[in-house]
Design a protein around this ligand. Structure first.
Ligand code: GRF
Length: 233
């Protein structure tokens, strides 16, 4: 259902789309006042596209493999995103690096989730790198997107312990569970117009974040979406 006074969003995925699903489910439950206009993928075989179709959400594929040429792909991707005139672009496991052109068209209106405690481990293979690092903690970060890969201002991080017997699978599963909480929460704050990025600084309820909001596993209950984020100054 489209609500007239809600902000609109598109979600970009490349694969299974579990973060997209967690956002859509919260939106459908009425927790996030947002019109999700489309799920866009660079991969026609992305598993998450089926969920979108099953839930009556419009899907678009800008097929990177078929298009081949990187510049052409980026032009078509930007045209596709622009065609929905979104107030918010949500990157949820979107594996293509966006061009400056696209990123700069949505300054302060584009979010990404990255599976590490940024600035640790930007880029790929984050869980293995965390295991090898000897760090005691790992996690996920939601940030505004800038031209710098995984380098935009961080909004919220979820921290999980690294256990001595962790494998890449056990650690990534622990992190993913928390991703499914902090990403909907961040999107909710944006949808409620409580979260802004001005001159590369993050504001929640008009208070500039002096440091990232960090949530530990135990802070995050089923009622996460009621988290009193307004108290953060
Ligand atoms: C997640 O770990 C996300 O942090 C990263 O890619 C993965 C995507 O998973 N950017 P999914 O497609 O949302 O299940």
């Amino acid at each position: 259902m489209t609500e007239k006074n809600y902000l609109s969003a598109v979600i970009l995925i490349s694969g299974r789309g579990s973060n997209m699903i967690s956002i859509v489910e919260h939106q459908k439950a009425g927790n996030i006042p947002l019109n999700i206009k489309a799920i866009i993928s660079d991969n026609q075989n992305a598993a998450g596209l089926q969920f979108a179709k099953d839930n009556g959400i419009c899907t678009s594929v800008v097929d990177a493999k078929k298009i081949g040429n990187r510049d052409l792909f980026n032009t078509q991707l930007k045209d596709c995103v622009d065609s929905y005139k979104p107030d918010l672009v949500i990157l949820a496991g979107f594996m293509k690096i966006l061009t400056a052109d696209l990123v700069n068209a949505y300054t302060g209106k584009m979010l990404n989730i990255h599976p590490s405690l940024l600035p640790n481990f930007p880029g790929l293979d984050t869980h293995n790198r965390a295991l090898k690092s000897g760090h005691k903690e790992h996690g996920a970060s939601v940030h505004f997107v800038t031209e710098e890969l995984d380098g935009g201002p961080v909004i919220i991080q979820a921290v999980v312990p690294i256990e001595s017997d962790d494998t890449e699978d056990t650690l990534s599963a622990r992190v993913l569970t928390e991703e499914h909480k902090i990403y909907p929460l961040t999107v909710k704050l944006f949808a409620e117009k409580r979260l802004k990025c001005i001159n590369n600084e993050v504001y929640i309820d008009d208070h500039q974040l002096k440091s990232t909001v960090t949530v530990n596993k135990n802070d995050i209950t089923k009622d996460l979406l009621c988290l009193k984020i307004g108290a953060v100054k």
